[in-house]
Design a protein around this ligand. Structure first.
Ligand code: FMN
Length: 160
């Protein structure tokens, strides 16, 4: 079974979780990058505006496509209650038809409600969402590992 993790990370936490998923699920790691480097307070405030306005931004599209995989982990940090602009752009310009997808959200605070929102976002883009999970950005590595193990046990389709 071919698996991939598609992720965007500005500050590195989502990347850290992506690496654990990649290792534990034997999945390819595929980073979505912004075409322009995001920096400082302007990058932060601009990011909030882009997220709230649901704007598309310039990203570097990866060579790999979700349709090449059996299962895709789609990861985004939450920005102002929304998917990050890089991930919104990638998702809305990519074919997800019936793709088995596990939504993985990172966030600074709060509970499950962002995950539900991103699951719906993926369903609206035709993905077949199997499950969703979230991580707060200060979660220590051993707790991340434990949660990924639990996710793996919980999703039969992820079995090797
Ligand atoms: C522009 C911006 C907006 C954010 N908005 C939220 C938010 O609405 N709710 C929340 O819980 N965390 C919010 N965060 C925190 C991030 O979701 C969280 O720190 C995430 O893990 C960052 O991932 P990264 O280190 O991979 O960039 C925001 C962060 C940024 C940079």
């Amino acid at each position: 079974m071919k698996k991939a993790v598609f992720f965007y990370s500005w500050k590195g936490f989502t990347r850290k979780v992506a690496e654990v998923i990649g290792e534990k699920m034997s999945a390819d790691l595929i980073e979505i990058r912004e075409a322009r480097e995001r920096k400082g307070i302007r990058g932060f405030l601009g990011g909030i505006l882009e997220a709230v306005r649901k704007k598309h931004i310039n990203i570097v599209f990866p060579m790999q496509k979700p349709e090449e995989y059996d299962i895709v982990f789609l990861m985004t940090p939450i920005w102002a209650g929304n998917p990050s602009p890089a991930i919104r752009t990638f998702v809305e310009k990519t074919n997800w038809a019936d793709k088995k997808t596990v939504v993985v959200v990172t966030q600074g605070a709060g509970g499950n409600s962002y995950t539900e929102k991103i699951k719906l976002f993926m369903e609206n883009n035709q993905a077949n969402v199997l499950s969703g999970i979230y991580f707060r950005d200060k979660t220590p590595e051993d707790a991340i590992r434990e949660k990924i193990d639990e996710l793996k046990r919980g999703i039969k389709d992820l079995g090797d």
